[in-house]
Ligand binder design. Structure first.
Ligand code: ZN
Length: 70
């Protein structure tokens, strides 16, 4: 059975190394590659292992403003 998850990418640099951390203004997303951060309040992250093929598929279909790219 397939499981579908959402993957967070950094929109600044495209990195997949996005973490949740406690920042000065509360919980925030944080990019380990380029160090950008942004406050979030209603989301968190889970980790799982996926193949490079699956990860690339997620990159190719990442959401854009107003909807999803094909
Ligand atoms: Zn980044």
């Amino acid at each position: 059975m397939d499981n579908f998850v959402s993957v967070i990418f950094c929109s600044n640099c495209g990195s997949r190394y996005v973490e949740i951390r406690e920042g000065r203004r509360g919980t925030e997303f944080y990019c380990r590659t380029c160090q950008v951060s942004e406050t979030v309040s209603n989301f968190t992250l889970g980790h799982c292992r996926v193949t490079n093929t699956e990860l690339q598929g997620a990159r190719d279909s990442r959401g854009v403003s107003g909807g999803r790219k094909k």
